[in-house]
Design a protein around this ligand. Structure first.
Ligand SMILES: Nc1nc2c(ncn2[C@@H]2O[C@H](COP(=O)(O)OP(=O)(O)OP(=O)(O)O)[C@@H](O)[C@H]2O)c(=O)[nH]1
Ligand SMILES: [Mg+2]
Length: 326
């Protein structure tokens, strides 16, 4: 059945007016990832307001969710609308962790200026990265000007999602030396801001010094456009260092604005969405086909994949803001 455009436009209008049910419906359509979702994404991309996307990742249990809850409070005081996406790795125990994330952000549950969406690979028809990118697009279009994405720092999907963020925060804690080493090859490398949370327990100075050392020696940290990665100490539980951290987040956003980094990130996140979407469509087509047709289709798939890479290259070169379309 062809998507009902009028219905979708109306749904977006309702969700824009903070209608929670419309918002929930809209996000469910996106996660189903069919033709209707593609159209909805196109409508949303056209309404983009260039929101600030902040990725929060790092060591499991370092206090990411608690910290995010504190950051939300500061953003709300400063007049922002905040959308949160909490992503869980594909572990069978995921529901528990997601409940934990929600619990830590519970104080914001009744605030109409805050919307929290948890995502688990469990039960998601599309890939987790695709769903996350789609929801970022939705929050952006609906006027959430600060969008925070929480992931655990392992796995390719998590790294993909982090690349869609303007500002990447890597959260560590005292005594996490080995964990930091383990993360070095992944998200640890791409941080704009490093946080030593739980600084109320001993060892924070040592961790801070270590982080500064590996940043200075160029082992970790994003230096895109000349940004010097910053280390901030916090205690999410005591509410310490939160204003400082939020100020550094804003400083990085201002830096990106000055250096033309906002549009570029939006472009790359949409290029990624197009690639993931195309891969998914191909995979579905392959699954539906008969054994006899398969080799021929696989050949087509390879060609399409080559073309997609070329399209990505061209998009990056020529477009500031490309539109998503199936
Ligand atoms: N001492 C201390 N404990 C903290 C601090 N921040 C969070 N915690 C505690 O650390 C535990 C984990 O906190 P979360 O916020 O769930 O950490 P997380 O990084 O989101 O955890 P996952 O999402 O499971 O990886 C909880 O028991 C928190 O109360 C802090 O600043 N100091
Ligand atoms: Mg968490």
């Amino acid at each position: 059945m062809a998507p009902n455009l009028e219905f979708l436009e109306k749904l977006v209008d309702q969700a824009s007016n903070s209608n929670i049910r419309a918002m929930g419906r809209l996000l469910s359509i996106l996660e189903a990832y069919d033709e209707e979702a593609g159209k909805l994404l196109e409508i949303l991309a056209k309404r983009s307001k260039r929101a600030h996307v902040i990725g929060v990742t790092g060591i499991p249990g370092a206090g990411k969710s608690t910290l995010i809850s504190r950051i939300i409070t500061v953003f709300r005081k400063r007049g922002h609308k905040v959308g949160i996406i909490a992503i869980d790795p594909s572990s069978p125990f995921s529901q528990g962790a997601l409940m934990g994330d929600r619990l830590r952000m519970q104080e914001h549950a009744t605030d109409p200026g805050v919307f929290i969406r948890s995502l688990s690979t469990h039960g998601l028809k599309g890939g987790i990265s695709l769903a996350a990118l789609a929801i970022i697009e939705a929050f952006d279009a609906l006027g959430y000007d600060k969008i925070i994405v929480e992931t655990v720092g392992v796995g390719q999907a998590e790294v993909d999602i982090m690349h869609a963020a303007h500002t990447i925060i890597v959260v560590t804690m005292p005594g996490a030396g080995d964990d930091i080493q383990a993360l070095k090859a992944g998200v640890m490398e791409i941080g704009d801001i490093y946080v030593v949370n739980k600084s109320d327990i001993p060892g924070a100075t040592k961790t801070e010094e270590y982080l500064n050392f590996v940043i200075e020696s160029g082992e970790i940290g994003s230096s895109m456009r000349g940004w010097i990665p910053k280390v901030v100490r916090t205690s999410a539980i005591m509410g310490q260092g939160i204003e400082d951290l939020t100020n550094v987040i804003e400083e990085h956003f201002e830096f990106l604005k000055k250096t033309n980094g906002i549009g570029e990130k939006i472009t790359s996140r949409r290029v990624l969405a197009i690639r993931l979407l195309a891969e998914r469509i191909l995979r579905n087509a392959l699954m539906r086909t008969t054994e006899v047709e398969k080799p021929r289709l696989e050949d087509v798939a390879k060609k399409v994949s080559g073309l997609l890479q070329e399209a990505e290259r061209l998009a990056k070169e020529t477009c500031k803001d490309i539109k998503i379309s199936i």
